[in-house]
Every structure is written in C-alpha cells, then in structure tokens.
Design a protein around this ligand. Structure first.
Ligand SMILES: CSC[C@H]1O[C@@H](n2cnc3c(O)ncnc32)[C@H](O)[C@@H]1O
Ligand code: ZN
Length: 432
C-alpha cells in the first residue's frame, strides 16, 4: 500500500468524545492520521482504499508497565506472594539470563503484544540493547529503560547506573522515533536513598522521565516506614523523584494524602490489575486516583506474574474489579477503561502524539473483527471492546502507519523461529 491511503466503511472508536463511534472514513498519510470523519474526505488524487467493513478501529493499546523477557518464566513460580516469588523464583533464574535469553524472551512477548493489539509497550529490564533490537525490528513502539536493582557493592551500583545512562543516550529517539527512553531505579526497597538520588540527577541531566515500582504490597510500605521513617510516596518525594516527570507502577497501597501528593506532582500510575490479583498484592484505589486527577494507565507487568500480555483483559479487569470492591456499578465505566488502555497510557509514557484516533496523531491503530458471536449485536461498541473482546479478536495492527499484523499474522517477526528459540532458551536455563 502507498504512503497515503484511506479506510472506507469502518467504525472508529473515539472514547470519551460526544460521538464515541464514528461510522465513516480515516485517511493515513505516511506515519500520521490526516482525516477521520463520517463524510468522505475531499481528496485531490486517487489513493488506495482499504475496506473497513465488519471492523472496529481502535487506537493501539499502550502497555505502561512490564518486563517482556520474563515470558521465559511464564508459569515458573505461580501462586506465591511478591517477595517470595521474586527472591526464591525470579531473581535466581534471571541471574542466569544471557543477552540471547532476553532477546528471545522479549521477541516472544512482542509477538504476543503485537498480535493482541498492543502498539506501545514500556519495558524495564536488563540487557536492554537486546530489547531495543527486538523493538526496532518488530516495528512496535517502545519506551525502554535499564531497570536497576541496587542491592550490590558501590562499584557494581556505579556500573549499573552507567549502563542505564549509556542505554538511554544511545536509544532515545531511535527507530524513527519509535523508541524512547526513561530512567528506572527498580524500587525504594531495592535501591538505597543515595542511589535513587543519583538516578534523579541522571534523569535531570538527560532530561528524561523516571519510572519505578512503588507501594505494590502492604509489607513493602511497612518496611519503608521501618527503614526510612516514611511511606514510599513521601520517601520518593523527599529524594526529589517527583521533580522529574514520573510514572510509578502499582501504587496499590496509598492513603488519601499520598493520592493528593501524586496528583500535585502530576505523577502517573501504571495500574496492573492482573498482576496485583495474581500476587495477592491488593487492589489499587483507581476510582479515587482518577477522581483526584491522577493519570491512571494500564500495564500487564511481566508475563510471569500475569500470565499473559492481553491488554483487553487488563481493561476488562480494571472495569470489573473496581465495581466489585467499591460496590459502585458506575466505577471505571467502559469508556474510561478504554481510555486507560489507550490515551491515558500514551500520556503516562509521555507520548503526546499517540493514543487517540484524530488528525495529527501517529497512525498507531488496530482493527478488531466485530462480526463474531460474542461481539454482536452492535449495541455499544465501546462496551464490547472492554467487556467482550480479547486479544484473539485483533485482525490488523498498524504502528507509525506501517502494517505489522495482517489477518492475525505478524508481518515483521518470524513467529515459528521465535516460538522455537524461546522454548529452547527456557530448557537451557533449567540446565545451567
Ligand atoms: C531490574 S529489572 C526488573 C526487575 O523487576 C522484577 N519484577 C517483575 N515483576 C515485578 C513486580 O511486580 N514487582 C517488583 N519487581 C518485579 C523482575 O523480576 C526484574 O528483576
Ligand atoms: Zn514490574
């Protein structure tokens, strides 16, 4: 297909607007959406046309927290609480990961994400050059960072920080701007205060945002008070983290005052409902966060604590669990859950041209087949996208105007090879 083309006869989701579903046309020129509307656009020339009938077009889903290479550990260490899961299962195995393991684990996850309609993902991990290689080759949009655990001698801490900085310098803005970088100390319980301050300084020096895990479990909050005399929000505020644009993952255990602090500093929260439920970490106070004006987005977390990367499932969980725990059926309505999975996600990872179908936005969008039993009749397609659809319904995916999934097949990655290599990598890890 040429550089400029038109989708005719499609239904286009614009959640949160007066007209949440537009029945009509969308024009794409290279990497940008240039027109969307019910009336046919005025075109000076003949351009290729794409039949949008029986399809619902949505902005690409934005996964704002994860560790893609952990797909190699999917199903390895289920049904455990966070600290036991990390210390006894994940960290010993991750200690054996080579760059190749990270490459194939990430490739497996990117394949799953693209096929499931995720067009942007955030990744915090080690061997990030290999993650960036996968992102570049696959065509996905990626927000990448070397996540750093600082429970190590000072010289190793320095080396890890240097790696994080070098990675960000090398990859920020690469792959035609599809890759951006952030700075990421893993958490207040794995990075001592003076070390976190060095990351804050690095983020200032590089003019990049910060991402960290925060207040995921009650135990972690209590330990923070014991160790530093402050709950995690006040602790990170004191260390200057929120002087940078920030996104925290989880934010499950928050007081009213902490929610107010996050809102005041415009700190985003990546809500990971599937992972929080599986690790029994608790349920984040999403309705209260949204009411306070905090940007709440959605993440899967790693595939070993979820255990899939289906962002439709996260939107559905977000819409369901907050109704369940609050007793309020209007909590997190479908349109808000869809915004959390798209527009709020883009805002959380500081991408202002992504997350919405509108002229001037990047052409990152997906099409789901709505001519299926579980998506009929077409009463309310926003509702169907959240409460009834799943990753399996994704028919086509475009990122930056390029088609990366066609009729459910990934065009940019060798699926057969990735499946084989990932299985081999896991089997090899068990032998090491
Ligand atoms: C330093 S790379 C990222 C690091 O994070 C670990 N991790 C995965 N899931 C979670 C979670 O829910 N909370 C805290 N840390 C997590 C992962 O195992 C890597 O070691
Ligand atoms: Zn995580």
């Amino acid at each position: 297909m040429g550089n400029k083309w038109i989708i005719r006869g499609g239904k286009f989701a614009v959640p949160g607007s007066d007209k949440p579903v537009i029945d009509g046309y969308m024009v794409i020129d290279n990497d940008l959406i240039t027109y969307i509307g019910e009336e046919p656009p005025v075109l000076e020339e003949d351009i290729p046309s794409f039949d949008g009938s029986r399809l619902l077009f949505l902005p690409g889903l934005v996964n704002t927290h994860g560790h893609a290479a952990m797909s190699l550990l999917r199903g390895y260490g289920d049904d455990l609480a966070l600290q036991v899961w990390l210390q006894e299962k994940m960290w010993p195995m991750e200690g054996k990961f080579t760059g190749d393991d990270v490459y194939w684990g990430t490739a497996l996850s990117v394949l799953e994400m693209l096929k499931g309609g995720t067009t942007t993902f955030l990744d915090m991990y080690d061997h990030m050059d290999r993650v960036a290689e996968v992102a570049e080759a696959s065509g996905i949009r990626a927000v990448l960072m070397r996540g750093v655990i600082g429970l190590c001698p000072a010289e190793v801490q320095d080396q890890k920080l240097a790696e994080a900085v070098a990675f960000a310098k090398e990859w920020h803005g690469k792959a035609s701007g599809r890759i951006t970088a952030m700075i990421s100390p893993h958490s207040p319980y794995t990075c001592p205060p003076d070390y976190i301050e060095k990351f804050v300084q690095a983020a200032h020096d590089l003019d990049l945002p910060i991402h960290t895990h925060m207040s995921e479990t009650r135990r972690e909050v209590e330990q923070n008070v014991t160790d530093y005399g402050l709950r995690p929000v006040a602790h990170l505020e004191k260390l200057g983290m929120f002087t940078r644009p920030s996104l925290v993952a989880h934010g499950v255990h928050l007081t009213d005052e902490e929610i107010e602090t996050l809102a005041r500093h415009q700190v985003g929260v990546a809500h990971n409902p599937g992972s929080n439920l599986k690790l029994a970490s608790g349920v984040a106070r999403v309705p209260e966060l949204l009411k306070a004006g905090v940007t709440v987005s959605l993440g899967t977390d790693g595939p070993a604590s979820n255990n899939n990367l289906d962002m439709f499932e996260e939107m559905r969980l977000a819409a369901l669990i907050h109704k369940g725990v609050s007793g309020d059926p209007t909590a997190v309505p479908a349109a808000e859950a869809l915004l959390m999975g798209t527009e709020y996600g883009a805002k959380s990872v500081f991408l202002n041209q992504v997350g919405r179908l509108a002229p001037g936005m990047k052409a990152d969008f997906i099409a789901i087949d709505i001519d299926q039993p579980h998506l009929l009749p077409h009463t309310d397609l926003i509702s169907h996208a959240v409460y009834s659809a799943s990753a399996k319904d994704v028919e086509h995916v475009w990122v930056d105007g390029k088609q990366v999934v066609q009729h459910g097949k990934c065009l940019t990655l060798d699926e057969e090879e990735i499946r084989r290599k990932a299985q081999e990598a896991f089997e090899d890890l068990l032998k090491r």
